[in-house]
Design a protein around this ligand. Structure first.
Ligand code: AMP
Length: 548
């Protein structure tokens, strides 16, 4: 065997920062202020990243220390993304929408030493600090130090003042590409949140996949509206991928409502955008009320929850293509992307591909495991739990005393996703449901996701979720919690009639309840756990309950 003559070339975040700083000084991060943008060029991101690293070094931060952020998507957050991992410390992004108990648990579990916080959310952070004895420094961004009230032992700094006199150069250490760079906890709808730790290498390779045409095709001629939060799986990896591709990023800061999002779209003219379906639901309602041309968006990447087919059609009507993608915190997150293959002739056939969760890139291996523990065929019909493996898929969960490979989550080196799926012979995956959300009625399975998509395709419905509830006769039956367009739309017979041609009779739900909003999780997905709890506690007015 002869040896390769190739160099090693470590895949590190500092190399990305230096690259973007030199090669793409014209690309920028553009943060919405409510009235317009404030810009930070990639050259300035690199400079600010180095200043941050110098300031943190003076505060005693060393390689491997955890530095947290409690922030929106904005310029400062991008500079922290650049500086913290490059200096060999570990960036820990805290989700702003966690419950206080979960936030305190995570800060302590990760042993965060420093927290950067946006002044607008500082009042939320202050009480947590009473229960996080290892935090030594809090750095307030976009506001004054007195935005935070901290207990004794914690020093509070103002971001701009802290870095003002620091040098714009920092000798980035030679980290090993497999070293930890960023950590993020799963949203934890069940049990304690679990820590996933990304390496320099995994982030670098994942960034490359975002720039490929299998991924998002992100390039230096793109402006990407990154709505998906930097505190949720690194904004789907966009802050790093943008440094590699030289694309401009529009950051919404705290302005996540449909109206300001549309103002950003109008004023910043993005070519791409990325967010979960609930965001686009709101944008669509706003667009219908106040039409606006958004057709300069060449593509909108939607994932994090199943995209209702009706939404894809709706956006086709605006001249904007929705591309459906699937991923998880554990998968960095980009797993599969739905891009129809070559040679599809009719629009209908193309649509059938677009509503799937898509194909996996070469780097992500996938299989579906049936109830018998065996890998199922890729025939588009056989159902099993989706398992994935690859260089940006986690192999364990973080624990201070040593990472753990919990058997309920891993199977012989593969990540068990908890998603139930089918895969076609040509590799298109469709998520049928979360394993725990499938509804078993009279011995037959109903996919709650499929049913809610069909229910929501009725124009009278704004949004709808379906959960299984106990039933004396059938063990479990689907219950619909929906938001309707007008007060006249609460006749359940009309809704049931609508479903008659679309689903088998036995799947048509008896129990319905109408509310003003479906509960959502910290990352904007239907919170089925809370819906089940409210149902069990009798909090909903149920129409059509056969047992009432
Ligand atoms: P999270 O780690 O919070 O991003 O959640 C990951 C989970 O979100 C996956 O395991 C899926 O259950 C769900 N998910 C993500 N993308 C999709 C999608 N396109 N369709 C259906 N479910 C999705």
């Amino acid at each position: 065997m002869i040896q390769s003559t190739m160099q090693h070339g470590a895949l590190t975040i500092s190399s990305l920062v230096e690259y973007s700083r030199r090669i793409f000084p014209e690309a920028s991060i553009r943060t919405w202020t409510g009235e317009g943008f404030r810009d930070m060029s990639f050259a300035e991101v690199g400079d600010t990243g180095a200043k941050i690293a110098n300031a943190l070094t003076k505060l005693g931060v060393q390689r491997g220390d955890r530095v947290a952020t409690f922030m929106w998507n904005n310029n400062e957050h991008q500079a922290i993304y650049a500086g913290v991992p490059s200096m060999g410390a570990i960036l820990h992004t805290l989700n702003l929408r966690l419950s206080p108990e979960q936030a305190v648990f995570i800060i302590n579990h990760a042993d965060d030493k420093v927290i950067f916080v946006d002044a607008s959310v500082a009042p939320m952070l202050s009480p947590y600090l009473q229960g996080t004895p290892h935090v030594q420094h809090v750095i307030v961004c976009n506001g004054p130090v007195d935005a935070v009230s901290a207990p004794e032992g914690v020093t509070v700094h103002q971001f701009d003042e802290l870095i003002a006199d620091e040098s714009t150069t920092y000798e980035w250490p030679d980290v090993d590409e497999t070293d930890a760079a960023v950590m993020c906890y799963t949203s934890g709808t069940t049990g304690d949140p679990k820590g996933v730790v990304y390496s320099h290498r995994s982030i670098y390779l994942h960034s490359m996949s975002i720039t490929t045409t299998m991924g998002m095709g992100l390039s230096s001629t793109d402006t990407m509206l990154a709505i998906v939060p930097m505190f949720h799986v690194m904004s789907w990896g966009l802050p790093f991928a943008a440094m590699m591709a030289g694309s401009t990023l529009i950051m919404p800061d705290r302005f996540l409502q449909p109206e300001p999002l549309l103002a950003m779209i109008d004023s910043g003219r993005p070519t791409l955008a990325a967010a979960v379906p609930t965001i686009w639901q709101g944008v669509s309602a706003q667009l219908d009320a106040n039409p606006q041309d958004i057709s300069h968006l060449r593509e909108v990447i939607v994932g994090g929850a199943a995209v209702p087919p009706a939404m894809i059609k709706k956006f086709d009507g605006y001249g904007v293509r929705i591309t459906h993608a699937w991923g998880m915190t554990e998968t960095s997150p980009l797993g599969s992307v739905a891009r129809p293959p070559m040679g599809v002739e009719t629009e209908e056939a193309e649509f059938a591909y677009r509503v799937t969760q898509g194909r996996f890139p070469a780097q992500v291996a996938a299989r579906i495991i049936g109830d018998d523990g065996q890998a199922q065929p890729w025939d588009g019909e056989s159902v099993g739990e989706l398992e994935v493996a690859g260089p940006w898929i986690t192999a364990s969960y973080y624990q201070p005393e040593g990472n753990v490979v919990d058997e309920s989550k891993f199977d012989d080196g593969w990540l068990r996703t908890g998603d139930v799926a089918t895969i076609t012979p040509d590799g298109f995956m469709t998520i049928v449901d979360r394993a725990k959300d499938m509804i078993k009625t009279g011995g037959e399975w109903i996919s709650s996701v499929e049913l809610e998509n069909i229910i929501a395709s009725n124009p009278a419905i704004v949004e709808a979720t379906v959960v299984g509830v106990p039933d004396k006769k059938w063990d479990e039956r689907p219950f619909v919690l929906a938001v309707v367009r007008t007060d006249e739309d609460t006749d359940i017979d009309a809704h049931k009639k609508y479903l008659e041609d679309l689903v088998p009779r036995w799947q048509i739900p008896e129990r319905w309840s109408f509310v003003t909003e479906v509960p959502k999780t910290s990352v904007g997905k239907f919170d089925k756990k809370r819906v089940r709890k409210h149902y069990a506690e009798g909090d909903y007015t149920i129409i059509g309950d056969p047992e009432a």
